[in-house]
Design a protein around this ligand. Structure first.
Ligand SMILES: Nc1ncnc2c1ncn2[C@@H]1O[C@H](COP(=O)(O)OP(=O)(O)OP(=O)(O)O)[C@@H](O)[C@H]1O
Length: 370
């Protein structure tokens, strides 16, 4: 379903600003989505993700800047002239129309030249097949499950053979089990339409990390970080990104000599990380991923503390200890002997697994979302 297009379409946000009255929802966004790429817009509620998507769809007009789709400046074009398909959280199907008519809607609504009936039927059949919904064409939305309704919404977006596909939290209305199945289906859909870029809005990092080629992390109307999931996970530039992409222990430390820091009364050896070179006495934040921590004394970095909680998570146990006045969490392989709260314990991590980040200011809203 390529629509006979050439090498594929990209999207460019060129210093796009959106203000609603006094609220700046998007602040000079500069971002390019490459042809065929899945780009996730990840960020907390109110960070501007949906607004960014709606500027591409044409439902929101930027206060400043331009939006480009496939090398065409579309800023002044209405939604129907933009060659985009959009899927939103709430499905937005017409309840009084059968599935086939919902999917045909965008095609029938076209102004001149009208699309011949036979072609509409062929497109609808194709879109329903792509989404695994061929057997449901005659049903009404109320006769479908949530997951099936969302597939119909995706089929409707695909029927117009859009150059780009915009997905706004498409799975958030579904329960957890359905969600993971639909995630796999979206990945398959992307393989079948390799030239169509997808912009995927979510506040769920699992969705972002599973599906996206690159992730744009949004924070308070601004683009905070952009990279592959692995880059953002391994080398986050700041504490906000570290805590939003994966789970992170963020420990306040003071630099000692090059490569060593003090965490309360404990000396630690660390990697350089995004904070760059540091002078003795400077404040930094140390980022250590919970699954890189082991129980016991192993190597130069040992934290001793008191167990505050242990959670069983199936294949792993999450052990929390209080050390130097802070909670440190370790995700370790499932334990045979589970430590009890109040027990004294040692945790260790390798210097290469401890990244030094700029000091957390407290104002950047960084929290662990796990
Ligand atoms: N139509 C509107 N009128 C006024 N303010 C709006 C409007 N739409 C969004 N906003 C504001 O703009 C900011 C960004 O909203 P947006 O919906 O883009 O965030 P989001 O990151 O998608 O959030 P969520 O994850 O909750 O959907 C918020 O402060 C929001 O209150």
């Amino acid at each position: 379903m390529t629509g006979g297009r050439g090498p594929g379409t990209g999207i460019r946000f060129d210093e796009v600003t959106v203000a609603y009255g006094g609220t700046v929802a998007l602040d000079t966004l500069d971002l390019t989505v490459r042809p065929g790429e899945v780009l996730a817009l990840l960020g907390p509620s109110g960070s501007g993700k949906t607004t960014a998507l709606r500027t591409v769809a044409g439902f929101v007009r930027p206060t400043g800047g331009r939006v480009w789709i496939g090398g065409r400046d579309v800023t002044d074009l209405p939604p129907h002239a933009r060659d985009v398909g959009m899927v939103v959280q709430s499905y937005a199907l017409f309840p009084h129309m059968r599935v086939e008519d919902n999917v045909a809607f965008g095609l029938k609504a076209r102004k001149a030249p009208k699309m011949p009936r036979a072609e509409i039927a062929a497109r609808v059949g194709e879109a329903l097949e792509t989404t695994g919904m061929s057997g449901y064409a005659r049903r009404y939305p109320r006769e479908l499950s949530g997951g099936q309704q969302q597939r119909v919404a995706i089929a409707r977006a695909l029927a117009v053979r859009p150059g780009v596909l915009l997905l706004d939290e498409p799975l958030s209305a579904l329960d957890a089990r359905l969600r993971s199945g639909m995630l796999a289906e979206l990945a398959r859909l992307h393989r079948e339409l390799p030239e169509v870029p997808m912009v995927y809005v979510t506040h769920d990092q699992v969705e972002a990390l599973t599906l996206a080629d690159r992730v744009a992390v949004m924070d308070r109307a601004r683009l905070r970080a952009l990279g592959t999931p692995r880059e953002l996970y391994r080398s986050p530039a700041d504490t906000f990104t570290a805590s939003f992409v994966g789970s992170a222990n963020l420990l306040p430390v003071t630099c000692a000599a090059e490569g060593t820091v003090r965490f309360g009364g404990t000396a630690l050896t660390v990697g350089l990380g995004a904070a760059g070179a540091s002078r003795a006495g400077e404040e930094r934040t140390l980022c250590v991923r919970p699954h890189r921590i082991v129980l016991g004394e192993d190597g130069p970095n040992v934290l001793r503390g008191t167990v505050t909680a242990v959670q069983w998570r199936g294949a792993t146990h999450r052990v929390a200890i209080e050390a130097e006045g802070h909670e440190v969490r370790a995700d370790v392989p499932e334990l045979d002997t589970v430590p009890a709260p109040g027990e004294r314990l040692a945790l260790s991590f390798a210097p290469g697994d401890a990244a030094l980040l700029p000091a957390r200011t407290g104002a950047n809203g960084a929290q662990d979302h796990d």
